[in-house]
Design a protein around this ligand. Sequence first.
Ligand SMILES: [Zn+2]
Length: 333
Amino acid sequence: MRQAVVTGLLLMLLLFVPPLLFAGPGETGGTESAPPSSAPEETASSSPLLDSGTVLRVWNGTSVEEMTLAEYLPGVVRGEMPATFEPQALAAQAVAERTYIYYHLQGGPKDAHPDADICTDPGCCSAWTSEDKAREKWGDKFDEYEAKIRQAVTDTDGQVLLYDGAPILAAFHSSSAGTTASSGDVWSSDLPYLRSVASPENGDTVPNYYSVVTVPAEEFRDTFLSAHPEAKLEGDAAGWITDVTENGSGRVESASVGGVTVRGTELRSLYKLRSACFTVSAGEDGVTFRVTGYGHGVGMSQYGANQLAREGKTWQEIVAWYYTGVTIGTMPG
Ligand SMILES: [Zn+2]
């Protein structure tokens, strides 16, 4: 009997140890997230950040600047998520960004910037906002927002999302329409951790959740023909778009336009729609898209993360929600 109790206690201890691995060194005294042995002896009361041990070459459009991950990450969280968001959503964003960096470090520099690991162009890598720019943008709120951003980064120091022991492509987007998209719905490869999952945001919590784009018929035709000259777009626009199909996440999978089958993602890009979750109708005014959500829909929804945080979920629960089957830990080796 006593043996069973002791075994039970041991089991409970074992079960409760892993969450300690998720905590930052400030919370655990650094025991689980000790700095590398090559780091200088500690003299201050707080441990050096793991993020300070990684140096990045950052292309800012005119020059390559070296900065540590600890210096880079606040800039990218400032640039990619509203500072008004819940602390646990900001922490989830910091972890996604850190993971994204390590994923790209492993793949080597992009062709767009062969001498840098990452750039500050949101169309290529991630948006990056300097402290000075943030001070201008946030005005009176700077101290409050900056403290939140920095806490999101330091509270998750060194923590990344791993699948099969490697950092994942931690894709994220602004908002989804009820469910996120699988990576294969949007890109060519279907990654096991980027699956379609439910996402709780809606029109009450997301600004511009619903948007309408009307493209005059001539403009619609010219734009489409520039990409697909073989399309037959004559006569009444009402007959131009047919056979619209949806994928499992409610986004447009494909449509036939003037007899040419294209993906919903291509229509999104051609007509600058906020997402590929849309309905389309055509008439005398031209072609009208009614769009829900914003972004490619893959991985973590930022507004969804904020909603989950409001409901009391931690950053660990938020990333586990959006990235299927990942583990949280520091970079291996
Ligand atoms: Zn880039």
